[in-house]
Design a protein around this ligand. Structure first.
Ligand code: FE
Ligand code: FE
Ligand code: ZN
Length: 294
């Protein structure tokens, strides 16, 4: 079965059940969520009953919960330790997020490696490794390092940096990678020959570390280091190349998650998933959603 979904909301009153219902309404077979607002660290207490109800509903709908993904908030930065209290806050907050994932029964959490903000790549990588070794000490959750576009001083826009981090992490069973097609393109990788890219990733990092792929088109050309997502088929990567990636046999068991932009504040995922399932691009998708909203 094709594992396709999108990021969905996690509301304090409906929690995992609400996230799942949103995903099901898109015809998704998997999903990703933040356990609270991605831009802050406020978190509501988890409701066990909602979790249990959601897990039951997943079983009824053949959704493999072991592949559902959490994304860590993106304000967390493990690469920068200029201010000790901020760095320690990042570590402690991620430890709490791991505990929340464990409470929910989630296995994978995607994390942006971080930005060194002037400290230099080597120092940034050292800080990330140090932080991860504290966070993963007794973790049952696997942290997936996301491949980044290389905006500003972002670490992780090339596979060699990702490899360096993995090499430094002691708990090898709980570290992995999440690719992002927009980021790969913006970082300078050729996503049009995805098999070749997978070979290269396998050589540098190891395909066994890959557990998730974010499927996004890009507003910008290859090597732009911009990180601006575009709707499927409307960007510089294009529909055919993304379909080739989504249906690549070597990653068929890996969840594929859309993080494409809302259209007039309306989530496009139901329609994008439909296009992907039919392997047929609808160039009127944006207009049709705009018409519905107005
Ligand atoms: Fe991300
Ligand atoms: Fe992403
Ligand atoms: Zn991005």
């Amino acid at each position: 079965m094709l594992l396709i979904g999108s990021h969905v909301k996690f509301k304090s009153n409906t929690q995992l059940l609400g996230s799942l219902e949103e995903a099901l309404s898109y015809g998704a077979t998997t999903f990703m969520f933040y356990t609270g607002a991605p831009q802050n660290t406020m978190r509501t207490k988890l409701d066990k009953n909602l979790t249990l109800e959601a897990i039951k509903l997943m079983k009824d709908n053949n959704i493999d919960y072991s592949k559902v993904i959490v994304h860590a908030p993106y304000i967390i930065n493990l690469a920068n330790n200029k201010e000790e209290d901020k760095y320690n806050f990042s570590i402690n907050f991620l430890k709490e997020e791991i505990k929340r994932c464990e409470e929910l029964g989630i296995k994978y959490m995607v994390l942006h490696p971080g930005s060194h903000v002037g400290l230099g790549t080597d120092c940034g990588i050292k800080n990330i490794i140090n932080g991860l070794n504290i966070i993963l000490e007794d973790s049952n959750v696997t942290i997936l390092l996301e491949t980044m576009a290389g905006k500003g001083s972002e670490i992780g826009s090339n596979f060699k940096e990702i490899k360096k981090i993995i090499t430094g992490v002691k708990n090898k069973n709980h570290i992995g990678v999440c690719m992002d097609t927009c980021h790969l393109n913006d970082a300078g990788y050729d996503v049009f020959d995805f098999d070749k890219l997978l070979n290269y990733f396998d050589e540098i990092v190891g395909l066994n570390y890959l557990h998730c792929i974010h499927i996004n088109d890009s507003k910008n050309p290859k090597s732009s280091h911009k990180d601006r997502h575009e709707n499927i088929g409307f960007g510089t990567i294009g529909f055919d190349a993304l379909i080739n990636i989504i249906y690549n046999d070597r990653i068929k068991d890996i969840p594929k998650i859309l993080e494409t932009p809302y259209i007039l504040e309306y989530p496009p995922y139901k329609y994008e998933i439909e296009m992907i399932k039919n392997k047929k691009f609808d160039q009127n998708l944006k207009e049709n959603i705009e018409k519905q909203v107005n």
